[in-house]
Design a protein around this ligand. Structure first.
Ligand code: SF4
Ligand code: SF4
Length: 469
């Protein structure tokens, strides 16, 4: 049996004061000085931490908001002097899609590499938009296989990128045709280029090390190749150059050491792929397709072409269809491409990589259920470096989180921790679903519940179809 995939992690504390959700307001004036003060009973020891924080305060404009909001001290203070307050800075994090909770949980995973535990139950809405309108079926959670998923049991999260033949033909005990090349990676996630506006110059050099340490692949725009540093050679198997529709190909010596390369969709696609293959027949070429109004149709059309090995379908950072007034969500677009390829009987031949809107580990599992073989991730890795998604860099302003000044060790540690935490969560989800191989999870829509379908089945007969459903 091969060695288990394992990512080495270590705690990497934040450089800046933490931005938590809750703080305690303590009206000390009327304090009775009880000898068994409830503050000493805080199981998270927040009062002592707050005192230490104030003693060593480094930034005057950052208050201590690290309370877990359990209400224990608030409810038990005999004089009712304690109350909780919400941190206005926390509430301004992110945007409508990247919620403060997503950002905070990403920071915690990047620091500790642990699976986030929310505790105290879930008090949010039953369903929402985007990935929140589907639920994974955890009904296998009681099976014994669940017990050892991080120990004895083997759950594979490995995927292959490349073209698979529809059937194998043999001659004299050997495959008749040369099998197409495959890139195998141990986790269904690759690192994508940062969206325009977030392309800080020191990030590609960090990505290359993270990709090597986690066994995955980082896509780097070939125009930014010189940002990767001088020690590039050893990292080439974990790097994929993105070549824009009219950009020149990388040098032959470099192409021969890469396993994957990505080209932008455009003219002369077949010829450009053939030119890359002529230099390195063992390289896999993925085609990047923007998920705009024509993205789904273009993906379906290209998947039927024999020279296509992998398609990278990319929505915007919020998972929305590009350039659309009423955008579709990336999971629905992927489902459409996947289902269409299944109906045409060609789904297994091509690899689908889904990008855009992947903010949490559960999104990776859900996108795979919707038909992707693997996902591409970018913004969560930036958030791992304490980015607040303030978008100042997008406007060309300085970064308040000081991301341009990070050292490589810190960046690699935080990003690697996040990938490890996501991997553990994927194993948790698959264990709970009774699935031992992530390749079996692909397109398993029967293992999920979709709000729109449930609503249609339950209320459709009474009220008709939702107009925008
Ligand atoms: S509400 Fe709970 S976590 Fe917060 S300070 Fe009080 S006891 Fe500690
Ligand atoms: S903190 Fe703001 S300025 Fe810095 S990288 Fe993040 S979005 Fe850009």
């Amino acid at each position: 049996m091969p060695d288990k995939y394992h990512i080495k992690t270590r705690p990497v504390p934040p450089r800046r004061p933490r931005i938590g959700r809750c703080g305690v307001v303590d009206w000390r004036e009327d304090c009775a000085g009880c000898h068994n003060c409830v503050k000493r009973d805080c199981v998270f020891d927040r009062y002592r931490e707050e005192a230490a924080y104030i003693r060593d305060m480094r930034e005057m404009d950052s208050l201590f908001f690290q309370c877990m909001g359990c209400f224990s001290c608030v409810q038990q203070c005999t004089k009712g002097l304690l109350s909780l307050s919400l941190n206005p800075v926390y509430e301004r994090l992110g945007n409508g899609y990247w919620t403060p909770q997503m950002i905070e949980t990403t920071w915690t995973q990047a620091e500790t590499a642990r699976i986030p535990v929310s505790g105290a139950g879930y008090r949010g809405p039953f369903s929402g938009t985007g990935f929140d309108s589907m639920w994974t079926d955890m009904s296998e959670i009681v099976r014994p296989t669940r017990d050892g998923i991080h120990g004895r049991e083997y759950i594979s999260t490995a995927v292959d990128i490349g073209r698979k033949p529809a059937l194998l033909q043999f001659e004299a005990d050997a495959a008749r045709d040369r099998l197409p090349p495959l890139v195998d990676i141990p986790i269904p996630m690759i690192i994508d280029m940062m969206p325009q506006g977030y392309r800080l110059p020191n990030l590609p050099a960090v990505f290359k090390v993270v990709a090597a340490q986690t066994g995955t692949i980082a896509i780097v725009d070939y125009n930014e190749w010189d940002l990767l540093g001088n020690d590039l050679e050893q990292y080439l198997p974990n790097l994929a150059a993105y070549i824009g529709p009219s950009a020149p190909a990388p040098a032959a010596g470099m192409l021969r050491k890469m396993r994957l390369v990505e080209v932008g969709d455009g003219d002369r696609l077949e010829q450009r792929i053939a030119e890359l293959k002529a230099v390195n027949p063992d390289i896999v070429v993925a085609v990047r397709i923007d998920l705009d109004a024509h993205g789904v149709e273009r993906g379906i059309e290209l998947a039927g072409e024999p020279y296509i090995e992998a398609l990278h379908l990319v929505a915007d950072v919020n998972g929305s269809e590009l350039n659309s007034g009423s955008p579709r969500f990336v999971k629905d677009m992927l489902r459409q491409v996947h289902t269409s390829l299944v109906q045409r009987g060609i789904r297994n031949e091509v690899t689908l990589i889904a990008g855009g809107g992947i903010a949490l580990a559960e999104h990776m599992a859900k996108q795979i259920i919707c038909g992707a073989d693997l996902v591409s991730v970018n913004l969560p890795l930036l958030i791992a470096l304490e980015c607040t998604l303030c978008r100042q860099c997008n406007d060309g302003l300085s970064c308040r989180a000081g991301i341009r000044e990070i050292d490589t060790d810190y960046g690699v540690g935080r990003m690697t921790n996040l990938v490890a935490a996501w991997h553990d969560q994927l194993i948790e989800v698959m264990g709970a679903m009774g699935i031992r191989d992530v390749r079996r999870l692909r397109g398993e829509a029967g293992r999920a519940l979709f709000y729109e379908e449930l609503e249609e089945a339950t209320f459709g007969k009474l009220f008709g179809k939702r107009r925008n459903g």
